[in-house]
Write a protein that binds this ligand. Structure first.
Ligand code: ADE
Ligand code: ZN
Length: 336
């Protein structure tokens, strides 16, 4: 039993730093967009889709995730996808988000880069005005594709560079070491972008060292395999390098067999800057609140730990000190 309740966790102001917009595509919206765009889905009902969401590893999930994204065709589709996620955030008191998008998933199907980014940023701007949710956008490269393809994507992003805060690296980790992207990351940094990368989700702790040393990341996405390397753990702690951890994702993709085996709170107690995030909530059974509740149910999360996890997210976010202070004040005012 945990000392925190679901409603306390829902009311807690929260910050999300690891969320793939394409992974927030709920089956209901998938059907609606398929109908609107005249696309035949290989499913007949929402229930059938949900039954298909049983995964043994990351690749099992990615195969279904890329297929689902096919229904996204027009600027309004990307707006609707992003807006639905932001409304969910609002209902769970998420006050700041730094979502990822995967342009190559769409440009490889003939959708213009501008269509994707205009739809997403229009929703992010509306959320700032109407829901008081601030945001920074992160553009990911698909690591199963070539570095040339990533360079091409970066070139397409240049006219919209003011709308992008950082680049990231996602998709199949095993067999796709991060150094393949060293040069394109260097170019991104020269363009003024920050960098993050998925590492140590299914791949080894070595990949975490590489994204730190070669890709010069400000944060590591997942990073749970860091515990295999004590020198790395020391380095992460000493240099306050944040990990964007995704508990429900990790159990759904069998990174951990059970939530009770998850290492996030062990790392927290060791002084590592771990944060809680939902990754692909439409596929993994929950958004921010559900991820916190999972930690309460299986790991007896305490109030102080929940608050520290949010403070870590605020510190790890890509906003200026004024917004960070504002978010800390809001958190303070809600927990007393
Ligand atoms: N793309 C969407 N979700 C992902 C994950 N958990 N790991 C790697 N790539 C992803
Ligand atoms: Zn991810």
């Amino acid at each position: 039993m945990s000392e925190v309740t679901g409603s306390w966790l829902n009311d807690l102001p929260k910050v999300e730093l690891h969320l793939h917009l394409e992974g927030s595509l709920e089956p209901e919206l998938m059907f609606k967009l398929a109908q609107r765009n005249n696309i035949k889905l290989p499913f007949d009902s929402v229930e059938q889709i949900q039954e298909a969401y049983i995964f043994n590893n990351l690749q099992d999930f990615l195969d279904i995730y890329y297929q689902g994204a096919n229904v996204l065709q027009h600027e309004q589709d990307f707006y609707d996808l992003t807006w639905a996620y932001l409304e969910k955030c609002h209902s769970q008191n998420v006050i700041h988000v730094e979502p990822f998008f995967d342009p190559q998933t769409h440009t490889d199907r003939g959708i213009e880069f501008s269509v994707v980014i205009k739809g997403i940023t229009r929703a992010l701007n509306d959320a700032q005005k109407q829901l008081d949710i601030s945001s920074q956008l992160i553009m990911c490269f698909l690591r199963h594709l070539s570095e040339d393809a990533a360079f091409d994507t970066l070139t397409q992003a240049v006219p919209f560079i003011d709308k992008i805060k950082a680049v990231g690296l996602d998709s199949s980790e095993q067999g796709h070491p991060p150094e393949k992207f060293s040069r394109v990351y260097k170019k991104a940094r020269e363009l003024g972008l920050l960098t993050v990368a998925h590492a140590g989700e299914e791949g080894p702790a070595d990949y975490i060292w590489t994204v730190i040393n070669d890709l010069k990341v400000s944060r590591i996405d997942h990073g749970v395999r860091a515990v295999d390397d004590s020198a790395l753990m020391l380095y992460l702690k000493k240099n306050s390098i944040p990990l964007t951890v995704c508990p429900l994702s990790n159990t759904r993709l069998k990174v951990f067999d059970n939530m009770s085996e998850h290492n996030i709170l062990v790392m927290l107690e060791q002084g590592i800057c771990v944060t809680v995030n939902s990754d692909d909530p439409a596929y993994f059974g929950g958004y921010m609140t559900e991820n916190f509740i999972a930690l309460a149910d299986s790991l007896s999360l305490t109030k102080n730990q929940a608050i520290q996890l949010v403070l870590n997210s605020i510190e790890a976010s890509f906003v200026d000190d004024i917004r960070k202070a504002e978010m800390r004040n809001l958190l303070e005012s809600r927990i007393n």
